[in-house]
Design a protein around this ligand. Structure first.
Ligand SMILES: *[C@@H]1O[C@H](CO)[C@@H](O)[C@H](O)[C@H]1NC(C)=O
Ligand SMILES: *[C@@H]1O[C@H](CO)[C@@H](O)[C@H](O)[C@H]1NC(C)=O
Ligand SMILES: *[C@@H]1O[C@H](CO)[C@@H](O)[C@H](O)[C@H]1NC(C)=O
Ligand SMILES: *[C@@H]1O[C@H](CO)[C@@H](O)[C@H](O)[C@H]1NC(C)=O
Length: 638
């Protein structure tokens, strides 16, 4: 992530901004409140160092949704014609004008070119500043905030940019954002102070357990009491042996200190999939990530063990799994760290070039080498499942928009991105709801949607259950045991076209009878989740015992495994992976392909939440997957 000195000089030589000194400062971002668990501690020391990062506005980014639809809509000419990483890079990397404008402004403010670094993907400019310099540059004041766990975080309440710079910058960090990486060392990362939370991001989003199981049932008649792989295979019709495993992989993302134990995987597999005993996931370490064994217990191993045990079983021993283990023990990692690594537009200069010496290809100025320099430090798998999430309100609109666009890029490259929708129904992580002044409270009454669930370029997965007393041959209901399926409407993102028909049908026929000040009743905002899968009573080997586990944390990896097998069938006949699935699954040609869920709801914030009804609903989305129907439909597409 180093800027070549010659490149800085070149960029500065191409400056175009006129009269920058006369441009007035404007508020760029402002935060309404301090997130749960944090409190103001002190003004930051003016001589302390602060690593400023400027997220540069990307070229053509406003049209990214259109580009994505062109390769993802089943009726589109370009369906399945995914882009290479190089094509994504060329289309969206920030313009030379944007880079020049920010560098020039920095230089005018005393940050000469030797201090400014452009990251490899041209997405960010970094400078090391003192607090005093940063405060002058951004017309702000930095404070130190303390978390109840003892962790500290540096932030400001708002910051300013000159008008002529604003249009070139999405946002600056560290500033108003609280995407802090709570390190496990300093204790629990949960906003409610319990020991539940695992890893980060998304404190309080771990699965829940009701504890150890005495007797393992593992029978189709008992799936209302214990979910094991045979239950899921029966529920979703997943009977499939991969044919194209070498062309495929299934990615699971974990954030250290959350880690799997090989002994737990082996214990699970010895009971449910003997061929996998001794098999480890293929680990891709991101930012120093590794499967730590220093800390164990449900809160450290629960999520990873759950995800990997079920993912590996369902895709069978024939299909290796990729584990993206993000963050080390000290720093942890955020979604953005993961995206930095997975984004194929982040060049590694494979093929023998020396990253410290070589120029940037394709030549950003034109006239140079325009060939495909397609690279990334971590290769994205065809399907990536993540069971961690933030509250949308934790983050600013600029920040979420930028991250959401990164997911769209993965979709352009043919990657299916799944996120669990949250476990607190219409409430946010830890059961917190919003209050009229924008703060969080357990007594709040305003619904608190999750992110990235509300990003229109990911597939959000809610949770269902085999209703008590029912079997796998009966319809499932929304999960109402221990956890409630996250769902609702975004306050940041507009309703994407692909879901208009489905969501408008819901709003027309089942309009939620809540005052419009507690949910986004505009009728124009993104509804989530998109799909659902079972999330109750999972048998998971954790720390040497079988435990019952609940959560959309179960639903996402199971859905991802099913979609990975759909990809296998397409790859086996020479077709492209399914990529971003939402435009397809909401299309009329896929009507009836998901098992519609019409029972249960997702209570929260002192309400019954939304109700699962015929058609799409903000509890279980379109419903649960029906593998035989999915595979048949997807094999018909080009
Ligand atoms: C799991 O499998 C092991 C080895 O086959 C067996 O001894 C054990 O009883 C099984 N566990 C349960 C809870 O049935
Ligand atoms: C916001 O409102 C809640 C109750 O609705 C109140 O408890 C809290 O003190 C308020 N906070 C601020 C910063 O105004
Ligand atoms: C929530 O309400 C309960 C009683 O209704 C009250 O005891 C408690 O202090 C309130 N908590 C907060 C955080 O406002
Ligand atoms: C509702 O969502 C839309 C985005 O579609 C947003 O513009 C609007 O501000 C939201 N309303 C509230 C009250 O947050």
């Amino acid at each position: 992530m180093r800027l070549l000195p010659s490149f800085v000089a070149l960029a500065l030589g191409l400056l175009v901004s006129a009269d920058p000194l006369l441009s007035p400062y404007r508020v760029h971002e402002r935060r309404g409140h301090i997130p749960v668990g944090w409190s103001y501690d002190r003004k930051h020391d003016s001589t302390a160092a602060i690593p400023l990062r400027f997220a540069l506005k990307q070229n053509n980014i406003d049209a990214i949704g259109d580009y994505l639809m062109a390769v993802s809509q089943p009726e589109s000419e370009g369906y399945g014609k995914h882009w290479s990483a190089g094509e994504v890079f060329r289309k969206f990397s920030p313009s030379t004008e944007s880079i020049g404008a920010v560098l020039a402004w920095l230089e005018e403010n005393g940050f000469d070119s030797s201090r400014a670094k452009l990251t490899r993907n041209r997405g960010w400019i970094e400078v090391q500043a003192t607090v005093e310099e940063a405060e002058r540059l951004l017309q702000t004041e930095y404070h130190v905030y303390g978390h109840e766990t003892g962790q500290e975080h540096v932030a400001c309440d708002s910051y300013h940019l000159p008008e002529h710079v604003q249009s070139h910058v999405d946002f600056v960090t560290p500033t108003v954002h609280f995407d802090a990486k709570i390190s496990k060392r300093s204790g629990s990362g949960s906003p409610d102070g319990t020991a539940r939370s695992v890893g980060q991001p998304g404190h309080g989003t771990s699965p829940k357990t009701t504890g150890e199981i005495q007797t393992l049932l593992n029978q189709l008649e008992s799936c209302d009491k214990q979910i094991t792989p045979i239950c899921l295979r029966a529920l979703y019709g997943l009977v499939y042996e991969p044919l194209a495993a070498s062309k495929n992989s299934y990615g699971i993302v974990e954030y250290t200190p959350q880690a799997y134990l090989q002994s737990d995987l082996d214990m699970f597999h010895s009971n449910f999939s003997q061929g996998l005993v001794g098999v480890a996931p293929e680990m891709v370490s991101i930012d120093g990530g590794y499967a730590q064994t220093q800390y164990t217990g449900f809160e450290y191993n629960g999520e990873s063990d759950l995800d990997l045990e079920y993912a590996m079983n369902l895709v069978t021993a024939a299909q290796p799994i990729t584990l993206y283990q993000a963050g080390d023990m000290v720093e942890g990692a955020s979604f953005n760290n993961f995206l930095d690594a997975i984004d194929g537009t982040y060049c590694t200069f494979e093929g023998g070039d020396d990253p410290t010496q070589d120029a940037i290809y394709p030549d950003p100025y034109g006239g140079g080498y325009e060939g495909p320099e397609d690279c990334g430090t971590a290769k994205p798998t065809n399907v990536i499942s993540t069971s961690y999430s933030y509250n949308e309100a934790d983050l600013t609109p600029f920040y979420t928009a930028r991250q959401c666009a990164e997911y769209a890029k993965l979709g352009l490259m043919g990657v299916t991105v799944l996120y669990s929708s949250g476990d607190y129904g219409v409430a946010g992580n830890g059961g917190y709801c919003l209050t009229p002044n924008g703060t969080y409270s357990l007594n709040g009454t305003i619904f608190n949607p999750s992110f990235p669930g509300t990003c229109p370029y990911i597939t959000s997965v809610g949770a269902t259950q085999v209703n008590p007393g029912s079997t796998v041959y009966d319809p499932e209901g929304a999960c109402e045991q221990v956890i409630y399926s996250g769902g609702g409407f975004s306050n940041y993102f507009a309703m994407p076209d692909y879901q208009k028909t489905a969501v408008e049908y819901y709003l027309t026929n089942y309009y939620p009878q809540y005052p419009p000040n507690i949910w986004n009743a505009s009728g124009t905002s993104r509804g989530f989740p998109d799909i659902a899968a079972n999330g109750a009573n999972y048998v998971v080997a954790i720390d040497g015992t079988f435990n019952l586990v609940y959560g959309t944390s179960c639903s996402s990896p199971v859905s991802g495994a099913i979609l990975t097998m759909v990809n296998d069938a397409r790859l086996a006949v020479g077709k492209s992976p399914i990529g971003f699935i939402n435009p397809t699954i909401y299309s009329s040609s896929f009507a009836g392909v998901f098992n519609d869920i019409t029972m249960g709801g997702n209570q929260g914030c002192g309400t019954a939440g939304y109700t699962a009804v015929p058609g799409w609903d903000p509890v279980t989305g379109l419903g649960t997957p029906n593998f035989p129907k999915l595979i048949a439909k997807w094999l018909l597409l080009p």
